[in-house]
Design a protein around this ligand. Structure first.
Ligand SMILES: Cc1ncc(COP(=O)(O)O)c(C=O)c1O
Length: 429
């Protein structure tokens, strides 16, 4: 029996739960129940994207220019996650041995749409939690001897670089780094740098398809072909790619690919994936071992045998793919490029020093510029606290500006106006 204190705390917990549900449900219910019509896109693109913006919980007064760190799952994705919970938590499967836990099964209803979206076969995909986890599978999984070399760039994310560093520290492999030009002017520069750094001990080329540091889109297809021509494995960190640009992994020709669709595909956090080309699957050891860890018949599924996981996140992942397909990846990519070009041009006009490639094929929805002598952290904090604008930078003067499809030119203008105000405040303008 509950005493008075127990009763009070349990009823408080129930009402807190209801209040949470009420407010989140209410917010979702207040959003438009349908996506804008395609005819609106044909007649007025900006109006179409303004309508699409209403699908996001990001408050209307906020300008979010940091989608490169993390995206925001819009209403169709959130609804799908909740539906997933509703379906999973009933525990009423027909088979008494069947439970909705993702880390022990194929989950083809989620792998199929993902494989179609990224251009590969279902059996080459493992559903994991994020790019960091997938990169760890790659770095732990390939056979390497002490002294074997892995070639990476100086613009890798810690979640891409450190899995190799761990392997180097523990097992004596050698991690070699290429310094990318800032900005990269053309694809040949990058190819030459990699080509010149390859030695007889090089076993893996590992690089970000789109770098977290500058947003440069590396010539991944050509780099993978270079690796293949020399019998070297290619592993690509594509954390930023699905949902930002069209992607076809078979056309890209990589051996392995990792991603975090919570960024540009606006999927739920914790719904990442690892791709391993069919011919390479048998060369990759598992990192997490449970039932099925060495069952070669299940192909890449053996890498998603990770123990009990969060199935509703997969419902959200599937919904985010459906949303991107409904809008059309060609339109999304076009919008990303237009907005990025717009903000980049405006920053260049203001004298910013660009680390964004002048070659339009080597940039998409991330512009990176430097604004000396402005202190970036102070600017970042001021923009957020005073203007409700979120950007991301790095010391001393770097700004990384992400331009997801759901922001508008008016949002960018608001940022530019605020940036000018800050410059004036600092006596720089
Ligand atoms: C290129 C790249 N790789 C990996 C990551 C890590 O992503 P996650 O934390 O989702 O694993 C990021 C995150 O910004 C990234 O930009």
């Amino acid at each position: 029996m509950l005493d008075r204190r127990g009763f009070l705390s349990s009823s408080l917990a129930v009402s807190a739960g209801l209040a949470f549900r009420g407010s989140l449900w209410a917010q979702l219910e207040a959003l438009p129940s349908k996506l804008p019509e395609r005819s609106l896109y044909d007649s007025n693109e900006d109006a179409y994207w303004r309508e699409m913006r209403k699908q996001f919980l990001i408050p209307a007064e906020e300008v979010y220019l940091n989608n490169g760190t993390v995206g925001s799952s819009p209403a169709p994705v959130l609804r799908a996650v909740f539906e997933g919970y509703e379906a999973c938590e009933k525990l009423n499967e027909a088979d008494p041995e069947d439970y909705p836990i993702w880390g022990y099964a194929s989950w083809n209803q989620f792998r199929d749409p993902l494989a179609a979206f990224v251009g590969c076969d279902r059996n080459e995909i493992a559903l994991l939690r994020n790019a960091t986890e997938a990169n760890s599978y790659i770095a732990n999984g390939v056979d390497l001897k002490p002294g074997d070399e892995v070639l990476i760039t100086d613009q890798e994310h810690p979640g891409g670089e450190h899995p190799w560093d761990l392997r180097a520290k523990r097992y004596g492999i050698v991690v070699k780094k290429i310094t990318l030009p800032r900005p990269v002017d053309n694809p040949a520069q990058v190819l030459n740098l990699f080509s010149d750094a390859i030695t007889p001990r090089t076993r893996v080329l590992f690089f970000s398809h789109i770098s977290t540091f500058s947003g440069v889109v590396l010539p991944a297809k050509e780099l993978c072909a270079l690796a293949r021509s020399k019998g070297i494995l290619s592993a690509v960190d594509g954390a930023h790619v699905p949902g930002m640009m069209r992607l076809n992994l078979h056309e890209l020709g990589c051996d392995m690919y990792s991603s975090s669709p919570h960024k540009w595909l606006q999927s739920p956090k914790g719904s990442g994936f690892l791709f391993v080309r069919d011919e390479v699957i048998d060369r990759v050891w598992n990192t997490i071992a449970t039932e099925g860890w060495d069952d070669v018949k299940i192909r890449a599924e053996r890498f998603q045998r990770i123990g009990s996981s969060n199935v509703p996140a997969l419902w959200g992942l599937r919904a985010s793919i459906q949303l991107a397909n409904e809008i059309g990846m060609e339109r999304i990519e076009r919008r990303h490029r237009q907005l990025c070009d717009y903000i980049l041009a405006a920053m260049l006009k203001r004298g910013a020093v660009s680390w964004t490639s002048p070659d339009a094929t080597l940039r998409c929805a991330i512009a990176t510029v430097n604004v000396p002598p402005l202190p970036r952290m102070e600017l970042e904090e001021w923009l957020w606290k005073e203007k409700k604008i979120r950007i991301r930078g790095a010391d001393p003067h770097k700004l990384r500006l992400s331009t997801p499809y759901y922001i508008s030119r008016a949002d960018i203008d608001r940022y530019l106006e605020a940036f000018d105000e800050f410059r004036k405040k600092k006596g720089v303008a």
